[in-house]
Design a protein around this ligand. Structure first.
Ligand code: EPZ
Length: 417
């Protein structure tokens, strides 16, 4: 799939099942390295980032087998932590293999991790925390080498609640000698998922879902069957897509309790969201209302991963909105393509965008430059008059199983070419 073609102006109607969460599945897959027994991870999304993680695990010596509804991983034969260059440079989440591999092998050699180009994304918090747990780092021929003679528990305070750093510390801590306490931990549901999987394997973790997490290290871990929860970001993408394009949609198995801040903004936009046993039912307003101040913040705040799609919807609102991004410094790359579609957006600085809503965007040829921005352009295409062509779809495939199939099920006129 190289490009997505959308004939806009069709209201969405119907229901779709929300896929398993990418950002929950990836660290859980990394965590399977910490036991020699087989784990079965079901509801694992079939997306490019998961396929890459699976090839990484295989290259490290894991036996991995896809089943109908998930993936089986056995890490019995893993003995060294050399990661292939391609896998690391293409995917930031491969960084959580650092904690898991240190726990398993005591040594890791890796390229500096890549990911979407949404900001500088340093790894200083990961490094300083792991140093406190007995890891030495050095640079060797441009690669990062981490080695430990034995991980030990530590009292770690994070200046910023980094999701990846929290996950890495937890992964190393379950294998460490002694207890670890993380103050200022990220509270994102994906961190909770990782802890829950590790608990199923036999780890002991207190304070799950809070700012202070305590991990009892050194317990033997077993294989486990674990179900990855539904993806709150995919659910949010379609929820805002519906508010932008109009109509009413049932998002089957969307995780209501993880989406409070998202539902709050949806309500401000005039959307009516109802919690049903099957998921979330969204009814769009005739035209979205503006949002005076939408600010991205760590969980439980509004997620940065849904900022672009909210921005796209606000281009069609009946009034002026302000969107403030506080997590990443380069997450307004969608502004230019939206302007090409007729949006009136002014960037005050790298953090704040002012949007004057217009009656209708115009279809155009636009290019996705990163995952969530790409999905937001598809939603903008649904809202626009005429035809929109979105290129750069390999980014979108990193996180969405089949965005065209999903939207077609809701009646959208959309094809991948
Ligand atoms: C995770 O990235 C997600 N990725 C991101 O989703 C998400 O946007 C982000 O958390 C925030 O919610 C995965 O879970 C795989 P962070 P992560 O460490 O862990 C700074 C998507 O679209 N920072 O919480 O990399 C960093 O630069 C992706 O699915 C440091 O300064 O995010 C950023 O400004 C994209 N030093 C902020 O913290 C560090 O050592 C948040 O980063 C680490 C992070």
């Amino acid at each position: 799939m190289d490009s997505i073609h959308i004939q806009g102006g069709v209201a969405l109607q119907g229901k779709i099942r929300i896929q398993g969460s990418k950002n929950a599945a990836l660290p859980v897959l990394a965590a399977t390295l910490l036991t020699k027994e087989t784990s079965y991870i079901c509801n694992c999304p079939r997306i490019a980032d998961v396929h890459r993680m699976v090839s990484l695990l295989k290259s490290l010596g894991c036996r991995v087998r896809w089943m109908e509804s998930g993936v089986c991983v056995n890490a019995q034969n893993v003995c060294r932590g050399d990661m292939p260059v391609e896998a690391i440079t293409g995917m930031r989440s491969s960084l959580c293999l650092l904690g898991a591999l240190l726990g398993r092998c005591g040594e890791v050699v890796m390229e500096y991790p890549g990911g979407c180009v949404i900001g500088e994304r340093p790894i200083d918090l990961h490094i300083s925390a792991l140093k406190q747990m007995g890891v030495d780092f050095c640079e060797e021929e441009g690669k990062l080498r981490a080695v430990t003679k034995g991980l030990h528990g530590a009292d770690i305070s994070l200046d910023f609640p980094s999701v990846g750093a929290t996950e890495n510390i937890i992964l190393a801590a379950v294998a460490a000698e002694g207890d670890t306490r993380i103050c200022g931990a990220a509270m994102e549901p994906e961190v909770t998922t990782l802890c829950e999987y590790l608990e199923c394997c036999g780890a002991q973790i207190d304070g799950i879902g809070t700012k202070t997490i305590r991990i009892r290290g050194g317990r033997k871990l077993y294989g486990a069957n674990y179900r990855v929860p539904s993806d709150r970001i995919v659910a949010g993408t379609y929820l805002f897509g519906c508010i932008g394009a109009g109509g009413s949609v049932l998002l089957e198995s969307a995780p209501w309790e993880q989406m409070e801040a998202v539902l709050d903004i949806a309500k401000k936009m005039g959307g009516k969201c109802t919690r049903l046993r099957e998921g979330i039912y969204v009814q769009a307003p005739v035209r979205p209302s503006p949002v005076a101040h939408l600010q991205t913040t760590p969980y439980p705040g509004f997620p940065t991963d849904l900022q672009s799609v909210a921005l796209a919807v606000l281009t069609g609102a009946c009034g002026e909105s302000c969107v403030e991004e506080t997590i990443f410094e380069n997450r307004f790359r969608i502004v230019e393509p939206l302007r090409k579609m007729g949006a009136d957006i002014r960037l005050a600085d790298s953090k704040r965008a002012y949007v004057k809503g217009r009656q209708r965007l115009q279809g155009a040829s636009v290019e996705a430059k990163e995952l969530r921005g790409g999905a937001a352009l598809v939603m903008a295409g649904l809202m626009a008059e005429g035809r929109t062509v979105v290129t750069g779809c390999s980014y979108i495939n990193r996180g969405y199983e089949n965005i065209c199939r999903d939207l077609r099920e809701l009646g959208a006129r959309i094809t991948s070419v």
